[in-house]
Design a protein around this ligand. Structure first.
Ligand code: HAM
Length: 420
């Protein structure tokens, strides 16, 4: 028996039959990011492990359980990036962005790695696009990002999704609230699932995310909400975000139990959730993180951003039937009838390609019938069979593959024919 090597669990191949959907979405994303005047940044796939433990948070699921970390030959711990905000912040600090301008609007796109349990919409290598604004401490920059995410899903034609917002307040106030939450929930700790009991001391906010029925019930009945523990300033900030969202006609719901799974957030957080994705329903998530640049060694810089999963977006778009069938890509398929004409055919192929038309030809020296089947399979608009007669007369027959209509054209006038 042959011993075939399979792909790694939680990863997938993007095959040519699917990739056009990705390219269509990627092109639209690029044009929307430029409408909003965000500039692209690309950072390495792997970083020093401590970048993520210091930013995402030591007690988060991502850092605790999901990172692909390894020691390199110099015994340094490196990690395949599980998210991009930390990498972009590292780059922002390393390249002194602050000295170039007091505000930066950046976007990114690329693969990330998390060792999660794979299921539909959850992979071990997955793609995110996202955007970050550095240098504004004002609600209009929160809204700029929320509006950007909103516009992306709207312009891509998705219908079945909802934007949720909440606020976590600033770090000091949140820490006070965490104390209140612990105190309120301590009498009910025994009623929580094993996972929540483990999270109780180190990451109690995540109790709000537990899907266990009993935990949900206990939290609903007894957990105080952060929204009721905000300072006047934090409340005002959130009100202003909502006010501008209303002005822009952006529809949202406040989810007072949303906490997000990463430690760096301050004030506004948001998520877009699809109705078509089952349990992995978050299309995108983000929020403000005013302490992170300083925590990673930079000057104090307010920042806000979001990131969005590509696979989930593609699944949701498929479910809403937003992709047309792949459009015809190939202009011409050329079928040389024998050895003698093949060399001339190769020349013709090259000339037509240089004029800007896509051309393919037979590479397997097959029969005319087989070559025509191939032209059909490749969705060619036209096919040209070239034989001795054509070479001698200098004229070829171009067949319209849809209508079957044949037209005789001089070999050196093929480009003129195609351009009419
Ligand atoms: P996140 O919520 O961890 O946030 O991820 C953002 C999005 O990435 C999710 O809403 C989901 O669509 C997608 N995603 C996450 N994990 C997976 C997975 N295993 N498989 C497929 N898709 C996945 C962040 O990453 C933050 N850096 C967002 C941010 C940017 N906050 C501020 N700026």
């Amino acid at each position: 028996m042959k011993n075939k090597i399979k792909s790694v669990k939680g990863t997938y191949d993007l095959l040519p039959s699917e990739i056009y959907k990705w390219q269509e979405v990627e092109n639209k994303l690029r044009s929307i990011f430029s409408l909003y005047n965000f500039l692209e940044i690309r950072t390495p796939i792997f970083e020093k492990s401590k970048l993520f433990s210091r930013s995402v948070g030591e007690f988060t699921d991502i850092v605790n359980k999901e990172m692909y970390s390894f020691l390199d030959k110099g015994k340094e711990s490196l990690t395949l990036r599980p998210e991009l905000t930390a990498s972009v912040v590292r780059s922002y600090i390393e390249h002194n962005f602050q000295q170039i301008s007091s505000i930066h609007k950046l976007w990114y796109y690329g693969p990330l790695f998390r060792q999660e349990k794979p299921q539909s919409g959850r992979y071990r290598q997955f793609y995110q696009f996202g955007a970050e604004i550095f240098g504004s401490a004002y609600p209009e920059s929160d809204v700029e990002l929320i509006d950007l995410a909103y516009t992306i899903y709207t312009k891509l034609g998705l219908k079945k999704w909802t934007l949720y917002i909440n606020t976590l307040g600033k770090k000091e106030n949140r820490n006070k609230y965490i104390g209140v939450l612990k105190e309120s929930m301590l009498p009910y700790k025994d009623q929580l699932c094993k996972n929540c009991k483990n999270r109780f001391d180190k990451n109690i906010l995540r109790l709000f995310d537990c899907k266990n029925r009993q935990c949900k019930k206990v939290m609903n009945e007894h957990a105080p909400l952060i929204i009721n523990h905000l300072s006047v300033e934090e409340k005002d900030y959130f009100e202003e975000v909502k006010f501008i969202l209303d002005k822009l006609n952006i529809k949202y719901e406040v989810d007072p139990t949303m906490v997000r799974g990463l430690d760096y957030y301050t004030n506004t957080i948001f998520e877009v959730r699809s109705e078509n994705l089952g349990s992995q329903d978050a299309l995108c998530g983000g929020g403000r993180y005013d302490n992170l640049v300083e925590d990673l060694g930079g000057n104090s810089t307010p920042a806000v951003g979001f990131a969005a999963g590509m696979e989930r977006l593609l699944i949701a778009m498929e479910k809403e039937k937003l992709f047309k069938n792949e459009s015809d890509k190939l202009d011409i398929f050329i079928a040389p009838m024998n050895e003698n004409v093949r060399k001339k055919a190769i020349q013709i192929v090259k000339e037509i390609r240089y004029s800007g038309y896509s051309v393919d030809m037979d590479f397997q020296r097959r029969s005319v019938k087989a070559m025509m089947r191939e032209a059909n399979r490749k969705n060619a608009k036209y096919s040209i069979v070239i034989g001795e007669n054509e070479l001698q007369s200098g004229e070829i027959n171009i067949k319209n593959m849809d209508s079957g209509k044949m037209e005789t054209v001089k070999i050196d006038k093929i480009n003129d024919f195609l351009s009419t």
